[in-house]
Design a protein around this ligand. Structure first.
Ligand SMILES: O=C(O)CCC(=O)C(=O)O
Ligand SMILES: [Fe+2]
Length: 329
């Protein structure tokens, strides 16, 4: 067993900047390689399944992972990425909507050293907030325009509070973003506006052009003072819920692979009431912790059933209408 001691969190810096990079949380061989293996198996299974049903014409197995995933997605289409994600979409959910809930990814959500770090931010009663994603981004030049979404393409400027329902405005949600391999400026690391968490919630507008489709903070509100935040494998970035952030483009030949997880004190609203939260750590009532990945997976499938029965499998996930004055500009 490798010994990695828990890093001490500089809360003063976090409170000043609205973000903090903490290096050396994960042991790459023990904590991250098994996650890569779980997803490699998943891609293997999907390749066989999609070949059999004719959704792809070749297996791309001769290629390195980044190029292989790009080939698979380019042929199978953007919706195929849903097989990898650890959350459900907001639209059109049916009983057949795929989601990935494996033991290794659950192990990451409950990683002891990660929770030791999170405890320093929010205390020892820790809820895993269900606003969570895996983003596995192949080199962007290998994918068509239809892949300009935040799971496989670039992410536009936003605050995490701005992409959740107002019920979580007062919840102390901490975003934890961890790269599975080094995140660099070239491969599309995150960037943030230092101190932006102190300025309240900015208006988010829907994109109105082919090049800018998603919800985002208009450039004139954001300003130009952003900094890139490269993070080495094993580390993580922690963000305040009102810190403005985005991701750069993956202009490299490799993969830009990250998990973004969120944690909050137990008992506060999550901002996504349809999705299942769970107690990741409780110092006062350890028996309330969820430790079985199959139960976690089952909770997501229950949420899927509820959503599928709900009109059109569609839910509201944020407060914006597009009619706000700054959005008209
Ligand atoms: O990884 C990305 O592209 C975006 C991540 C993000 O917005 C987040 O972690 O809150
Ligand atoms: Fe975000």
């Amino acid at each position: 067993m490798a010994t990695v001691t828990t890093p001490k969190v500089d809360l003063e810096k976090f409170n000043r900047d609205g973000y903090l990079i903490v290096e050396g949380i994960f042991d790459p061989a023990e904590d991250l390689d098994p996650v890569v293996a779980e997803y490699t198996d998943l891609l293997e299974r999907l390749t066989d399944e999609f070949l059999a049903s004719g959704r792809i014409s070749r297996d791309y197995r001769e290629l390195p992972f980044a190029q292989r995933l790009a080939g698979f997605l380019q042929e199978a289409g953007p919706t195929a990425f849903q097989h990898f994600d650890i959350s459900l979409p907001f639209n059109g959910v049916t009983e057949a909507t795929p989601i990935h809930t494996g033991p290794q990814v659950f192990g990451l959500l409950r990683n002891r050293r990660l929770l030791d770090v999170i405890e320093q931010f929010i205390g020892g009663e820790i809820l895993s907030n269900p606003i969570q994603h895996v983003r596995i981004k192949p080199p962007s030049r290998l994918l068509g325009k239809e892949f300009r979404n935040t799971l496989v393409g670039q992410t536009d400027w936003h605050q995490d509070q701005g992409v959740a329902l107002p019920e979580m405005d007062e919840t102390d949600v901490l975003t934890c973003w961890m790269p599975i391999f080094d995140a660099t400026v070239e491969n599309g690391c995150l960037c943030a506006v230092p101190g932006s968490h102190t300025q309240g919630l900015a208006t988010h507008c829907p994109g109105k052009s082919e090049d800018r489709k998603g919800l985002h903070i208009p450039d004139e509100i954001r300003g130009d003072t952003w900094v890139p935040l490269p993070i080495p494998r094993g580390g993580a970035l922690f963000l305040h819920r009102r810190t403005m952030h985005a991701s750069l483009d993956n202009a490299s030949d490799g993969i830009r692979w990250s998990y973004d997880l969120r944690y909050q004190p137990v008992g506060q609203p999550t901002g996504r009431p349809w999705f299942p939260a769970f107690v990741a750590r409780s110092r006062s009532a350890p028996d309330t912790e969820l430790t079985d990945w199959t139960v976690w997976g089952a909770k997501w499938l229950e949420a899927r059933t509820l959503l599928a029965e709900h009109t059109g499998g569609k839910i509201k996930t944020n407060r914006w209408t597009g009619e706000e004055a700054v959005c008209a500009a």
